[in-house]
Design a protein around this ligand. Sequence first.
Ligand code: SF4
Ligand code: SF4
Length: 202
Amino acid sequence: MALQLTNRSKVVSNKEQSVSEKLYLPGIIKGMSITLSHLFKRRATVKYPDEQRPRAEVYRGQHVLKRDDNGAERCTACGLCAVACPAEAITMESAERKKGEENLYREEKYAKTYEINMLRCIFCGLCEEACPKEAIFLTDRIVDTEFERDDFVYGKDKLVEKTDKRIDVSKRQTLEVAAFKKLPGLKHNTMWDGKKQIKDKH
Ligand code: SF4
Ligand code: SF4
């Protein structure tokens, strides 16, 4: 006696096919009717990049390294964003600000190089949350498509905000967060403050 493992077997019909079935007519008509019905439905796709769907104001897209009101780079190369990044997408090299460069860099230390590998980034926003200098923000911009992997490693040329093309991040920079980052007494707010560090060393 044959052993039956499951009851999912299907009996295949050996019925003789009609002439129309032999010509695949029912199948073709059914397929065409489905295709035609889609002509009158709203398109599910857009012709990106010519057409773009609206994105939320707090969309987490391409990063920006912000400048302060005077145009100086805010980033002090503290590395907190790199430490917070779960994808290990951020690398940087710090340098000391020289005399006369005060208009270029806000702090005494700045990022000589700063890179984000956009292929690694998962756009979680943790770098933004970790930054004590309000220097890095995610924006509603989409990272461009590229053909080479190396082109996805964004350096300061692509990340630092252009002085003549400021990027509004006020929607992400909520008043509550800004106020929290200024609260006195919190280690988070003081440990990377240049003046405090110098004072502590002496
Ligand atoms: S958004 Fe997240 S994954 Fe991307 S660089 Fe920032 S911390 Fe890393
Ligand atoms: S946490 Fe902010 S200040 Fe520190 S290195 Fe990152 S972007 Fe620069």
